[in-house]
Design a protein around this ligand. Structure first.
Ligand code: SAM
Length: 264
């Protein structure tokens, strides 16, 4: 096989451990959704996925596209694999969804944009299940629960938009070539298909967590007057001393509704 030098700027760490590749395939939802892969790389995960379902893969690197086109010539010819040469974030800017019709996102993500990709998948109403390799630390943020120290806007949004979210298993650096410096995890999120992410809510949460160790009421002064804060606290029965990570996602959602109502 052609020897390829991994490009750091594209977050290229190729997954070589066949046991881990098998475990990812086994954790795929049984439902017959179409598959979208982001960053097929040298195609090791793609090869396993395309055996089961038709799929589309988005890859930004021209050199890899060339290799993939020759490796998967038959699958492309038969229409089982659609290979799209683009930056996936630009694709989302242009077309809102990565596939017309319900799909599952299964990928070993480029870590430099992993959080962004997952948030874009939350906004994509066609995406149902997300099974992605990310930095362990990022996976912990998406699955953190109230009062845990990692609980922040990512955990809150995930709780509100999903019906299931879990870390499936961890993956050590030596499973990759080249090995990354950090531990990785496979993150699973099953979205609630009746919910869509409100961009304004994300902005509101960022303000709530701007100084995560301070009192929430202090952080809220950037978006609300002191009078409005004490009115909302009274109405929702929130303790004046709470810190941002001690408030449940449903309370954040109710707070945001009141903030929006106040603006209208
Ligand atoms: N799936 C392969 C594997 O498991 O070995 C490669 C995973 S590697 C961590 C990330 C892949 O994402 C690389 O192939 C990289 O070129 C690609 N990538 C990086 N940035 C991208 C972007 N903005 N849009 C699409 N693909 C991107």
């Amino acid at each position: 096989m052609e020897k390829v030098k991994a490009k750091k700027q594209y977050g290229q760490n190729f997954l070589k451990d066949t046991t881990i590749l098998d475990k990812i395939i086994q954790s795929m939802p049984t439902k017959n959704n179409y598959i979208v892969e982001i960053g097929p790389g040298l195609g090791d995960l793609t090869k396993n996925l395309v055996k089961y379902k038709d799929m589309t893969a988005y890859e930004v690197d021209t050199d890899l596209i060339r290799i993939l086109e020759s490796k998967f010539a038959i699958e492309i010819e038969e229409g089982r694999l659609k290979l799209i040469h683009t930056d996936v974030l630009e694709a989302w800017d242009k077309q809102k969804t990565l596939h017309d019709g319900r799909y599952d996102l299964i990928a070993n993500l480029p870590y430099y944009i992993a959080t962004n990709i997952i948030l874009r998948a939350f906004e994509d109403s066609a995406c149902e299940n997300i099974i992605v390799m990310v930095q362990k630390e990022v996976a912990e943020k998406f699955t953190a629960r109230v009062k845990e120290k990692e609980y922040s806007s990512l955990g809150i949004i995930t709780e509100l938009i999903s019906i299931d979210s879990r870390i499936l298993f961890d993956v050590p650096p030596e499973s990759f070539d080249p090995p990354p410096k950090i531990m990785s995890s496979i993150l699973f999120i099953k979205k609630d298909m009746d919910k869509v992410l409100d961009k304004d809510f994300n902005k509101f949460l960022k303000a709530c967590f701007v100084q995560p160790r301070k009192k929430l009421s202090k952080n809220l002064t950037s978006v609300l007057s002191k009078e409005a804060i004490s009115e909302i606290y009274k109405e929702l029965n929130i303790d004046d001393n709470v810190r941002p990570h001690e408030v449940s996602s449903s309370l954040y959602s109710q707070m945001h509704t009141r903030v929006k109502d106040g603006r209208n």
